[in-house]
Ligand binder design. Structure first.
Ligand code: ADE
Ligand code: ZN
Length: 343
């Protein structure tokens, strides 16, 4: 097949593949149209008047540049209905891109510090997830992230809230600004969270060094690393991730838009695949970075010269790296194989 025929054929395969999304911040799915509508509904003032104004602000030179706008944008989320609407809108887009299972981050401290109750956030998101399950056939799990720019004490407060809702929160994560904030700062709260039965994951190696990825493994005992880009700079750590089969949840369009990589041809996804790492492709904050999960697969396929076989592996990895039961993983992986056969 020549290059001109290849892209549409691979895009068709990507559309057809069932996928799990494992790295998705629900607040990062807030599209400009909904941001302005909720600002109006809730009487929140924003420094933007039109959708174009909002989109113009989405020029980032770093993770921190993005985070400043991300926290500002989410200030329109006030009521349970807002969180439900946000979640339903994401799941509808995800369903269109072949997502069958989603493990979704939320940032409760970013809401409680503005006076929005933990339960308002959780009840709204849960209602949206229930709609996703019954109307769209998407299963889900929730991962509560600690904000690493806030003190440990605030993380412990969030954990105390999460402990009241273990039936609805499967895991804990670590996100927000990374530079200068090593995982070890959160060793104690992660130890308690693990003790309470939450599955630990953490953002590491997005802007921080490979040592932070090792820190997430050793100090936080994470079962999955979110991003992990810089891990590929360290051959011993790369070999360790492959040997342990610790999944990496990579987000190519996010890395590009936050200038973690100069071009999509520099995405570490293919190097991770070639190294035998259980790597997955995800969207992170799709409204801000220009693409949902299928768009991320499509964006890297050409620049990384991925073959159909690589795309099928990525879709299988997305289920293998999930927190579903073995039986559920096998069922989804069989569906990926079936879609690949019909391609
Ligand atoms: N919060 C939302 N998106 C994030 C990202 N890409 N990195 C760290 N924290 C985040
Ligand atoms: Zn993220």
């Amino acid at each position: 097949m020549n290059e001109t025929d290849r892209a549409p054929a691979l895009n068709q395969l990507i559309d057809a593949l069932p996928k799990a999304e494992l790295h998705l911040h629900i607040e990062g799915t807030l599209e400009p149209e909904m941001m302005l509508a909720l600002a109006e509904r809730n009487g929140v003032s924003l420094p933007y008047e039109t959708v174009e104004d909002v989109r113009r602000a989405y020029q980032f030179d770093s993770l921190q540049d993005f985070l400043d706008i991300y926290y500002l944008g989410m200030s329109v989320l006030i009521n349970e209905q807002d969180f439900r609407d946000l979640t339903v809108a994401y799941l509808e887009k995800a369903a269109d891109q072949g997502v069958r299972h989603a493990e979704i981050f939320f940032d409760p401290q970013a809401h409680t510090e503005r006076g929005v109750a933990f339960e308002t956030v959780l009840d709204g998101i849960s209602a949206g997830l229930e709609h996703g399950r019954t109307s769209l056939g998407i299963t889900s799990k929730l991962i509560m992230c600690f904000l690493r720019h806030l003190p440990e004490e605030s993380a412990f407060e969030a954990l105390a809230c999460a402990c009241k809702h273990k039936d609805r929160i499967a895991g804990v994560g670590l996100d927000s600004s990374e530079k200068g904030l090593p995982p070890a700062l959160f060793s104690r709260v992660f130890a308690e969270a693990r003790q309470e039965g939450f599955i630990p994951v953490a953002h590491a190696g997005e802007e921080g060094p490979a040592a932070y990825v090792a820190g997430a493994l050793d100090d936080l005992q994470v079962q999955r690393v979110d991003h992990g880009v810089s891990a590929l700079d360290d051959p011993a750590l790369t070999a360790r991730l492959a040997k342990q089969q610790t999944p990496l949840t990579m987000c190519p369009l996010s890395n590009l838009r936050l200038k973690g990589i100069p071009s999509l041809a520099d995405s570490p996804v293919k190097r991770a695949l070639d190294a035998g790492i259980l790597v997955t492709v995800n969207s992170d904050d799709p409204s801000y970075f220009g693409g949902y999960v299928g768009d991320n697969y499509k964006a890297i396929a050409g620049p990384l010269k991925l073959e159909a076989e690589d795309l099928v592996t990525l879709a299988k990895n997305s289920f293998a790296a999930s927190f579903l039961s073995n039986a559920e993983k096998q069922r989804h992986i069989a569906a990926v194989e079936e879609a690949a056969r019909s391609y």
